[in-house]
Ligand binder design. Sequence first.
Ligand SMILES: Nc1ncnc2c1ncn2[C@@H]1O[C@H](COP(=O)(O)OP(=O)(O)OP(=O)(O)O)[C@@H](O)[C@H]1O
Ligand SMILES: O=P(O)(O)OC[C@H]1O[C@](O)(CO)[C@@H](O)[C@@H]1O
Ligand SMILES: [Mg+2]
Length: 324
Amino acid sequence: MKRIAVLTSGGDAPGLNACIRAVVRAGHYYNLEVIGVKRGFKGLIEKEFINLSPRDVSQIINRGGTVLLSAREERFHQYQYRKIAAQNLRDEKIDALFVIGGNGSFQGAYLLVKEFGIPVIGIPKTIDNDTYGTEYTIGFDTAVNNAVQAIDKIRDTSMSHERVFVIEVMGRKSGFIALSAGIATGADVTLIPEYPFPMHVIVDSILQARKRGKHFSIVIVAEGVASGKDIAQILSEKLKPYDFGGVRYSVLGYIQRGGSPTAYDRIIASRFGVFAVEQFVKGKENIMVALENGKVVEKPLEVSFGKIKKPDLSDFELNNILTL
Ligand SMILES: Nc1ncnc2c1ncn2[C@@H]1O[C@H](COP(=O)(O)OP(=O)(O)OP(=O)(O)O)[C@@H](O)[C@H]1O
Ligand SMILES: O=P(O)(O)OC[C@H]1O[C@](O)(CO)[C@@H](O)[C@@H]1O
Ligand SMILES: [Mg+2]
């Protein structure tokens, strides 16, 4: 009987549990033994392996977070620790490692392939949706919905006090969450790292909106651009000469990453997990699962490295049309 191991690595993302469940159940369906590794690469180094039966993953499809726990493990950047991890996998007689991770985790996993010949299958997750080579990463839809719910609430108070609100959303180096949340909430300005524009344009947009009779403004900023606090401070200065209700800011932070996954995230996570196992059964290895033109496909793991996935420019321009 072949043995596969599964871990979750990097920031948690809603839908990880649905994906773990899919890998475990598909594994058993195809007569594989499934081992869970706790705490991502940390657990690989420290030998935190557990057996996972189909019943062990019941009641988790609807839960945020990850029952396997996750970690950012600095030691994995060092060859000596990756060597220990590879040896632990060999000792456990693991035939392939399933890494549910973001772009960083895939790079770490690829080193296990290159340096020690450990077969790896990557399943993309990250609320940031910034993994190159796939249209979608598990967790993004829930994160956007979480942001939208929060921004809708801020809109109420922003409108009542005729204020400018700067709302900082997650996205370490990317603007996917900001852009989607911006479109879904009708933000006046959305600042993302991929398509920067100068401060005077933001000030101008706010002033133009007031001239058109809109007396409150929502500015969404991806954390990868600047902090909401800094942007609010600058705007506060620049808008001083005008009789506005003031500028406030809110950092949405980790609430975006938590909570029950949306139906979309559960479905994609289930599809990705089953597809990944089926690829292994077919003899594929060192691949990542990806969504392309709405279909689940496989690609070489290294496709995701060194390239930046950018949101569609047309989505960015959409808001310029809609805020008229
Ligand atoms: N270049 C690398 N070499 C070795 N290991 C790496 C490398 N990059 C990342 N890792 C490992 O993967 C872990 C997770 O990476 P990272 O923090 O970038 O998150 P991620 O997988 O991109 O997910 P997310 O962006 O959703 O948080 C790191 O803590 C580290 O253990
Ligand atoms: O959990 P940590 O280490 O604070 O990392 C936060 C980062 O993780 C993410 O949530 C996912 O990559 C980013 O949006 C954010 O910048
Ligand atoms: Mg990442």
